[in-house]
Write a protein that binds this ligand. Structure first.
Ligand code: CAA
Length: 296
C-alpha cells in the first residue's frame, strides 16, 4: 500500500508535480497556492484564452501578496516560473502525483474528466476534486480507483482562506486521506476531515444560512443592507450573507440548496422563491453585474 504521510514526514518530493484542471476562479487560486509552496503546477483548461486570463489573475494576486510582504519579488517570479499551462489533458497530467479537478460544477463534465484521468494516469496517482456539492463517492465510482479519489475543497479567495475541507468518499483510503491532509498543511492551510454527505459540512451550514437571509428579505423583515449589517457587526462575519451570496453566485447557491433538498428530502432545505426568481431572471451576483447589490 501507499506510505503513510503526516505533516512531519511529507516532503515536497513526494508530491512535487501537481496538475490542476480548470482555469476559473478556483483553479487559478489552487494553482497559485501550490506553486507558491514550491510545487510544479500544470494548469489545464480546454480554452487557451481562459489559461491566459488565469495567469494574469495569478500575477495580480501575487502582486497583492508582494505589497503585503507575504512574498518578495523573487518569490513572485519563482511562483510564476513553477506554473505551466496546457490545453491537452493527457500530456498535461503526465508526471503528476496529484490531479486537482476544479472544472465546472457539473456532473457530466466531471464524469468525463475523471474517466479520462483514470485512463491516462498511472494507478498510484491521486485524483482530487474541488467540488462544493457533488458527491465524492459518485465521482469516485466512475473510476477504477475509488480508494484514491478524494475531495479537496478550497475556498474563495484561495490564497487568503485558511480552510481546506478534505472530504472522504465512501471508499477513500486512510492513506490517501492522510496524504492530502498533510499536503494541505504544507500549503499553509488548515485541513479539516469530513465525510461525504450532501453539502459536506461547509455548504450544509453556510447555504441554509444564506437561504434564510434571503427569506428574511423576501418576507420584508429587513432590507438588504440591514440584514448584512446585522450579520457583519453582530456576528463578526467578514461579509453579510447577501453580499456573500453575490460573491459566490446566486446560481451556485441555488444549485447547492437543490443538492441539500434532494439529498435529505426535508422542507427546511427548500430554496427561497426569491432566490429562484433572481436566478431565473439572470441576476446572478457579481459575475452578472448585479444580485442583491448592484455590481455594474
Ligand atoms: N489573492 C491574494 N490575496 C487576496 C485576494 C486574492 N485573490 N483577495 C484578497 N486578498 C487579500 C488582500 O490583499 C488583503 O490582505 P491583508 O489582509 O493582508 O490586507 C486581504 O486579502 C483582505 O482583502 P481586502 O482588504 O481587499 O478586502 P476585505 O478585508 O474585505 O477581505 C475577503 C476580502 C478576504 C474576500 C473577505 O471579505 C472575506 O473573507 N469574505 C468572505 C469570503 C468567504 O466566505 N469565502 C468563502 C466563500 S464559499 C466558497 O468559496 C466555497 C463554496 O463551496 C461555495
Amino acid at each position: 500500500g501507499l506510505p503513510i504521510f503526516t505533516p512531519h514526514n511529507l516532503k515536497i518530493e513526494h508530491m512535487k508535480n501537481i496538475a490542476v484542471i480548470g482555469a476559473g476562479t478556483m483553479g487559478n487560486g489552487i494553482a497559485h497556492v501550490f506553486a507558491q509552496h514550491e510545487h510544479n503546477v500544470t494548469l489545464i483548461d480546454v480554452s487557451e484564452q481562459a489559461l491566459g486570463k488565469a495567469l494574469q489573475t495569478i500575477e495580480k494576486n501575487l502582486d497583492r501578496q508582494v505589497k503585503k510582504a507575504i512574498l518578495d519579488a523573487a518569490g513572485k517570479q519563482q511562483t510564476l516560473d513553477r506554473i505551466r499551462t496546457s490545453t491537452d489533458l493527457p500530456s498535461g497530467v503526465k508526471g503528476a502525483e496529484l490531479v486537482v479537478e476544479a472544472a465546472s460544477e457539473n456532473f457530466a463534465i466531471k464524469e468525463k474528466i475523471f474517466r479520462q484521468l483514470d485512463d491516462v494516469c498511472p494507478p498510484e496517482t491521486i485524483l482530487a476534486t474541488n467540488t462544493s456539492s457533488i458527491a465524492i463517492t459518485r465521482i469516485a465510482a466512475v473510476t477504477k480507483r475509488p480508494a484514491q479519489v478524494i475531495g479537496m475543497h478550497f475556498f474563495n479567495p484561495v490564497p487568503v482562506m485558511q480552510l481546506v475541507e478534505v472530504i472522504r468518499g465512501f471508499s477513500t483510503s486512510d492513506a490517501v486521506t492522510q496524504q492530502i491532509m498533510a499536503l494541505a498543511h504544507q500549503l499553509g492551510k488548515t485541513p479539516t476531515e469530513v465525510n461525504d454527505y450532501p453539502g459536506f459540512v461547509s455548504n450544509r451550514v453556510l447555504m441554509p444560512m444564506i437561504n434564510e437571509a434571503i427569506y428574511t428579505l423576501f418576507e420584508g423583515v429587513a432590507g438588504v443592507e440591514e440584514i448584512d449589517t446585522v450579520m457583519k457587526l453582530g456576528m463578526a462575519h467578514p461579509m453579510g450573507p447577501l453580499q456573500l451570496a453575490d460573491f459566490i453566485g446566486l446560481d451556485v447557491c441555488l444549485s447547492i440548496m437543490r443538492v441539500l433538498q434532494e439529498g435529505f428530502g426535508q422542507p427546511k432545505y427548500a430554496p427561497c422563491p426569491l432566490l429562484v426568481n433572481m436566478v431565473t431572471a439572470g441576476r446572478l451576483g457579481i459575475k452578472s453585474g448585479g444580485g442583491f447589490y448592484d455590481w455594474s
